[in-house]
Write a protein that binds this ligand. Sequence first.
Ligand code: ACO
Ligand code: LMR
Length: 264
Amino acid sequence: GKVRAPTHIISTISDDRGEEPCYAGVPMSSIIEQGYGVGDVISLLWFKRSLPRYCTHFIEICIMLCADHGPCVSGAHNTIVTARAGKDLVSSLVSGLLTIGPRFGGAIDDAARYFKDAYDRGLTPYEFVENMKKKGIRVPGIGHRIKRGDNRDKRVELLQRFARTHFPSVKYMEYAVQVETYTLSKANNLVLNVDGAIGSLFLDLLAGSGMFTKQEIDEIVEIGYLNGLFVLARSIGLIGHTFDQKRLKQPLYRHPWEDVLYTK
Ligand code: ACO
Ligand code: LMR
């Protein structure tokens, strides 16, 4: 028979060898002819399957809602400072992206991990939150610098409204809401944030779509696919901030002395 030399790379998501490139086996012409959107392309390249329209629409809503949140947040701030230092687009973009992590935008995977574990083990919100406190871990997906119980995050409300209308089940999201009710009783800034909303709702999407086995869901949560949604989305805004600073011909940024506490 044929002897095949071992390859150095294995790849399963795309193929450019034929007449036209394919994403997860779907040729580019079908993607265009069938009117696929960016949510479908994400489904093919990240999840290696076509997902139902309500799922790809939800992915697109996540991308749109997280694309930007003004110039003051960590990511945009870094990008603006870098662009004003005369750096190029890629440098300005990655400088902002590098702030995405456990406190800012990158709490989606951990929110999904902790909410799933707590819900699946049948913990009450009280038990979950108090256990986290004992371990000294902040609940990922809870808390915000400017949002409050009486000034909720509109993005969270929009995601919840879409899911309540289109998802077959929103059990993880309802659990996250119960956690929020408990944390809000402790402090007014401990709202369910956009990371927590996406993390819990993506669990509902994975479990409710019937497109993933239990093992596949565990793998997605374990590997941590979901921060990718924020990284991808916020890149749109960070690129915008770079162009904005260049267009405005902003000079090198220097932080004012008055805003620093010099102390020994
Ligand atoms: N779980 C439990 N307690 C919390 C949490 C939380 N998630 N967040 C704040 N607290 C409590 C703590 O008691 C904290 O005191 P500590 O510093 O002794 O732990 C107290 O509130 C005050 O916290 P601050 O640091 O003043 O809160 P801040 O406004 O700086 O933090 C932040 C906001 C970073 C979002 C925080 O709530 C947090 O770490 N949340 C978890 C991570 C997360 O979900 N990040 C995503 C935010 S949304 C986004 O970036 C798009
Ligand atoms: C964001 O999306 O960047 C925000 O939720 C963070 C913030 O502090 O506003």
